[in-house]
Design a protein around this ligand. Structure first.
Ligand code: DGI
Ligand code: FE
Ligand code: FE
Length: 191
């Protein structure tokens, strides 16, 4: 699917503000794809489509999780975590997007996971660090992301976990799996 078609699919699903975020994520991700030599068509498609289901009613997201083979424990966690996994599924059902690399990048864009592919990591970190974001620590991530994608992703997972813990929020296991995996990779395999 080309860029124009992907944009025409996602635009009606989003607010103007979220659409602008989507374009910044895509641009940020494409710059990383250039640096790290990752397939630009896939990066572009995943960037454009990553928040496809962001504004679907909670009940609809819940239904797609219940009627698919997505993990049911998602429903025990904050509904913000549902739009990635459900979005990947809905994009296949509604628009035939069946590239599994693109699907996975969309599915895990909020939490990350252990053993992320380069494509998954690029979408994850582009969503976190696009120029419209204002999280504490985000500038440090931007400063290193073109030199050290693993450390940038590790910082993002660490900052998100710290943020969620300060709010006394529950944290989905994949968020910890991403953090643990990146910590090990940075430590050369030690705990
Ligand atoms: O959809 P976006 O707003 O562009 O960004 P996103 O998909 O990364 O969603 C961000 C929200 O998800 C943000 O409020 C932090 C939250 N989040 C990420 N991991 C977890 C989480 N929230 C909970 N409760 N648990 C998590 O593990
Ligand atoms: Fe999102
Ligand atoms: Fe996003």
């Amino acid at each position: 699917m080309n860029k124009e078609k992907a944009i025409s699919i996602v635009k009606p699903q989003l607010t103007e503000e979220r659409f602008e975020h989507t374009l910044r994520v895509t641009q940020t991700a494409l710059e990383l794809a250039e640096t790290y030599n990752v397939n630009k068509e896939k990066v572009e498609l995943a960037g454009i489509l990553h928040d496809y289901a962001k504004y679907r009613p909670k009940e609809e997201l819940k239904r797609s999780i219940l009627t698919s083979n997505l993990p049911k424990d998602l429903l025990d966690y904050h509904h913000e975590l549902w739009h990635g996994p459900a979005g990947a599924l809905l994009l296949e059902q509604e628009h035939g997007i069946n590239d599994s690399d693109v699907q996975q990048a969309i599915r895990y864009h909020t939490t990350g996971k252990a053993n992320m592919s380069m494509l998954e990591m690029i979408i994850f970190i582009a969503d976190y660090s696009e120029p419209g974001r204002d999280f504490p620590g985000v500038q440090e991530v931007r400063d290193i992301v073109h030199h050290d994608l693993y450390r940038a992703s590790w910082l993002a997972t660490r900052n998100t976990i710290n943020f969620l813990m300060q709010k006394n929020a529950t944290i989905y296991p994949d968020t910890f799996h991403a953090y643990n995996d990146l910590t090990r990779q940075l430590n050369g395999g030690n705990d």
